[in-house]
Design a protein around this ligand. Structure first.
Ligand SMILES: *Cc1c(COP(=O)(O)O)cnc(C)c1O
Length: 408
């Protein structure tokens, strides 16, 4: 199956009980069973079934199965938010004394999270870029994970997955990728050696900006060394499912960061049009970026532009497409604010992956808690505007940016 067919039909065949064409919202907390013997089996994973929504729920499972299908993984655990997915993907394997290597151009919330983890004895070393040259010198015996954003938000730098994955594997370390901004439309990172993929499905997978959620998908390919990852040992009987089994039966369940059935439903509905939206979003983004480059004095950053230093990686991994985020530099904070105030169509909001175009001044909002150095690494300057391009008619967007720029 090709991508759009898969979105509708792979890992999903309607609701078994009723024939409902989309899995309905099972808005319940608990599931009854005919006998204590049956509930015992369900509880102990020796019979299929549902017991309690914090552990699993039919609407949530249906969403998870569809994500597994389009990401070509062996299984998915859905979380209450993208941040919960980032947190759980790491805490599932880490313990006090361990180190993580992460990109320095990460999403602001993820940078803040690494600060929180240091209180629990988990330390992060930030590589300027996630490249073999920058990462290799940071690896020690304590390094237990390499964490990167495939297309940094908002730095828009692209990771060369193959080379970084092979370095990581040569040291027995998994590569965990946040693929939120790339989406499964642009790439299946497992094909190139990523081990665990997470998404903030609040963004492009939901697509309409109407419910927060996150997913953790496992490739099943990483060979866990149970001496190096002792807290996975108990789950070794699950074979290649050990990582997922520990999440679902351990830390993810115990911290209670489950996805609500309502939000799983909204995200399943959104998922069906991911291919159509991304096609349009990438095309709009390229045209808008080209307009900034050719017809305005503003500096533009978009990996799908032939002039971008990341264009060759965009070609290698995404068929030359560049995703749906564009950043521009206006010259000063004052001019950035003026431009934002002049715009008629885009919405001023802190989100990405909506149907409508969203704009924000990251330095005064998302990055307000970060140091100037962290901001620079993330490609955020005092005059930067981030544009999460929407599906509007591109002529209208260009006309609107054109008038707003003329007026500054
Ligand atoms: C938004 C975002 C997150 C966090 O996701 P939430 O759903 O807002 O918790 C993580 N990583 C990236 C790249 C994001 O854009």
């Amino acid at each position: 199956m090709k991508f759009n067919t898969k979105l509708l039909h792979k890992g999903f065949n309607g609701d078994k009980e009723t024939g409902a064409t989309v899995t309905p919202i099972y808005q319940v907390s608990a599931f009854k069973h005919e006998s204590p013997e049956k509930l015992e089996k369900v509880f102990n994973n020796t019979a299929p079934g549902f017991a309690y929504t914090r552990i699993s729920n039919p609407t949530v499972s249906s969403f998870e199965n569809r994500i597994t299908a389009i990401e070509n993984g062996i299984g998915t655990v859905a979380c209450a938010s993208g941040m919960a997915a980032v947190t759980m993907s790491l805490l599932n394997i880490l313990q006090s004394g361990d180190e993580v290597i992460a990109g320095s151009g990460l999403f602001g919330g993820t940078i803040d999270l690494f600060g929180d983890l240091s209180s629990f004895g988990i330390n992060t070393k930030f590589a300027k870029h996630i490249t073999v040259e920058d990462v290799e010198p940071l690896i020690t015996d304590k390094t237990k994970a390499i964490f990167a954003e495939l297309i940094g938000n908002p730095a828009l730098d692209i990771v060369d997955i193959e080379s970084v994955a092979s370095l990581a594997h040569s040291k027995g370390i998994p590569l965990i990728l946040d693929s939120t901004t790339a989406t499964p439309y642009l790439i299946n990172p497992f094909k190139y050696g990523a081990d665990i993929v997470i998404h903030s499905s609040s963004k492009y997978i939901n697509g309409g900006g109407n419910s927060i959620s996150g997913v953790i998908v496992d490739s099943g390919n990483f060979k866990w060394d149970y001496e190096k990852y002792p807290n996975l040992k108990e789950y070794s009987k699950y074979g290649k499912f050990a990582y997922l089994a520990k999440l679902r039966n351990g830390i993810w369940r115990n911290t209670g960061c489950c996805l609500s059935p309502m939000n799983a439903f909204m995200n399943s509905v959104g998922l069906e049009t991911l291919g159509l939206r991304m096609e349009r979003l990438c095309s709009n983004s390229y045209k808008l970026a080209k307009f900034f480059e050719d017809e305005t004095p503003l500096e533009v950053n978009y990996p799908g532009l032939e002039s971008s230093p990341y264009y060759s990686l965009a070609e290698k991994y995404f068929n030359g497409k560049g995703g749906a985020i564009v950043t521009i530099r206006t010259g000063s904070k004052e001019r950035a604010f003026k431009l934002l105030n002049n715009l008629q169509i885009p919405t001023i909001a802190t989100n990405i992956g909506d149907t409508r175009t969203l704009v924000i001044h990251p330095a005064s909002t998302i990055y307000i808690h970060n140091t100037p150095e962290q901001m620079e690494n993330a490609g955020v300057y005092d005059d930067t505007i981030r544009i999460s391009v929407g599906i509007e008619d591109i002529e209208d967007l260009i006309d609107d940016f054109s008038q707003a720029i003329k007026n500054i």
